[in-house]
Ligand binder design. Structure first.
Ligand code: GNR
Ligand code: NI
Length: 176
């Protein structure tokens, strides 16, 4: 297992569309395991492969209560096959958009078809936080961040701030 570095916005890799894995083999399983370790260490409730610079359609999540047993999920080639016709608003954050939060409106319930760690097809029916999280992660596979669901004004404020912080960090790493 290994901890993987998490990319932060703005980064062109976070805007790209990821490719299907087709089948879950040992290499994809290793990616899933490394992503779960990275997600728990962050800590986060979800992580998508492009956030660690791997443009493959793989996501992991665990929305379980921190006092209860863990409930890790690893999904390859996830596909939303059904959405409810009612929406839900949830405050979202993202490990790739550190320290910024905003309300996002999404379908309240979804059904997602995917390949599991053993390359078997499953369907996950989600509501509540799990529905929010799985849609947030699938968005990452299509190059979409939660800030793409809010106003352009708020989005650009956040992106400018993150870019400034990146430039400052780069300057501090290589003093003149
Ligand atoms: O850790 C995370 N928390 C979170 C909270 C509300 C809605 C979505 C999320 S996902 C986020 C981790 C992350 O960036 N996944 O891509
Ligand atoms: Ni995210």
């Amino acid at each position: 297992m290994a901890l993987l570095p998490i990319l932060t916005a703005p980064d062109p890799r976070l805007k790209k569309k990821s490719r299907p894995v087709g089948a879950v083999d040992d290499k994809v399983r290793r990616l899933m395991d490394d992503m779960l370790e990275t997600m728990y260490a962050a800590p986060g409730i979800g992580l998508a492969a492009p956030q660690v610079g791997v443009l493959k359609r793989v996501i992991v999540l665990d929305v379980s209560d921190k006092d209860g047993p863990p409930a890790p999920h690893a999904l390859a080639d996830p596909e939303v096959v059904w959405v409810s016709d009612h929406d839900n608003t949830h405050e979202e954050g993202c490990l790739s958009v550190p320290e910024h939060y905003a309300d996002v409106v999404r379908p309240a319930e979804v059904r997602v078809r995917y390949l599991d760690r053993e390359n078997e097809v499953h369907e996950l029916e989600a509501d509540g936080l799990l529905a929010t999280c799985v849609q947030h992660e699938i968005d990452h596979l299509d190059g979409i961040l939660f800030i793409d669901h809010i106003s352009a004004l708020k989005r650009n404020m956040i992106l400018r701030k993150l870019l400034k912080e990146k430039k400052l960090a780069a300057k501090e790493a290589v003093p003149a």
